[in-house]
Design a protein around this ligand. Structure first.
Ligand code: ASP
Length: 336
């Protein structure tokens, strides 16, 4: 019988209304007592609730370290892990964990819900039950995934795209690893192979990473302000379409000077689907020339967390970090 550890961190799934009517996370005890169907899945369940249950808007890199260490501590004892997490930053957490847990041979599945477990039309039950069923299933998924509304996504490819519908996540650059209807249909060509190496957990993360979204009319002062943040090591720049940005010399000059001073700048698109192709348009040629790195089809969440983990691992080797930023490590981007 497979053993699955359910880790409860907070999020809507376990929220209740406080006196003022706002939703707040609370400790609902053992989830398998709330959802007795879990006990009929033919696996052994154990629970671990974080001491401080949070709305995922309060997630920090320290939270990811705590989560990764919890998995590390229990890795030998369990066959799979299901993490109950708020949806707001689930794609960031799943991306971060995918880079922090090297050599995975067991499933780590994030799930949550749009309505609390206690709500009549809740989506929590089916998300949770199917996540556990997949984690305990015969097909081993040695990846960090997000399971939501009948689809199993690669965690570092997914993004939350709606706050009001049950299908909260999408992954336009990578098809789902599995689709759930009457049967669970896996995409076997996509699934990674379980690693035969020992699990390595990276727990040093570089927090000095920035994010800027370009917009028509972005000023030189705005750009310079961002580029002068103390200790900034890397910047994720969300550009237009296939990686395009203004050609205004002031904008380019500010960016070029920062890159010359050692800043790593990654170009990701504001579009949810498609890839950055620096040089395709005149408006991205200059970026390439000044040393902006193409993030290809990385999501913003994956680009940010990959930088945090790589810079934590190689703090004095920006050449290596830049090289690894354009290579897939765990399925987060296409090979370019
Ligand atoms: N604010 C909640 C959270 O991310 C939303 C959710 O769980 O869906 O924790």
């Amino acid at each position: 019988m497979k053993k699955i550890l359910i880790i409860y961190t907070g999020g809507t799934i376990g929220m209740q209304h406080d006196k003022a009517g706002a939703l707040k996370p609370f400790d609902f005890g053992k989830v398998s007592e709330q959802v007795p169907e879990l006990n009929r899945l033919g696996c052994k369940l154990a629970h671990h609730a974080f001491e401080e249950l949070i709305d995922s808007s309060n997630v920090t890199p320290d939270f990811w370290v705590k989560l990764a260490k919890t998995i590390e501590k229990n890795y030998a004892k369990y066959d799979g892990f299901v993490i109950l997490h708020g949806t707001d930053t689930m794609a960031y957490s799943a991306s971060a964990l995918s880079f922090m847990l090297e050599n995975l041979s067991k499933p780590v599945i994030f799930t949550g819900s749009q309505l609390p477990l206690g709500a009549i039309r809740t989506d929590a039950k089916r998300n949770l039950i199917t996540s556990v069923e997949i984690a305990a299933g015969k097909v081993i998924i040695p990846e960090v995934c997000i399971y939501f509304n009948n689809q199993l996504f690669r965690g570092n490819r997914a993004e939350k795209f709606t706050s009001s519908m049950f299908d909260a996540f999408q992954s336009l650059n990578c098809p789902p690893l599995a689709t759930v209807g009457v049967n669970v249909e896996f995409d076997f060509d996509l699934l990674s192979k379980p690693s035969t190496k020992k699990l390595i957990v990276h727990t040093t993360l570089e927090p000095h990473i920035g994010l800027v979204r370009l917009f028509p009319g972005i000023t030189e002062a705005w750009m310079e302000h961002i580029l002068s943040v103390p200790d900034l090591k890397a910047l994720v720049m969300e550009t237009y379409g296939s990686g395009n940005a203004p050609t205004d010399p002031k904008f380019i000059r500010a960016l070029a000077a920062a890159i010359k001073n050692g800043l790593i700048v990654i170009n990701v698109s504001q579009c949810s689907g498609g890839s950055v192709e620096q040089g395709k348009y005149e408006t991205s040629k200059l970026l390439k020339e000044i040393g902006v790195i193409s993030g290809a089809d990385l999501t913003t969440e994956a680009a940010l967390t990959k930088l945090m983990v790589l810079l934590g691992q190689y703090p004095n080797d920006s050449k290596k970090v830049k090289k690894m930023m354009i290579m897939p490590i765990c399925g987060e981007m296409k090979l370019i």
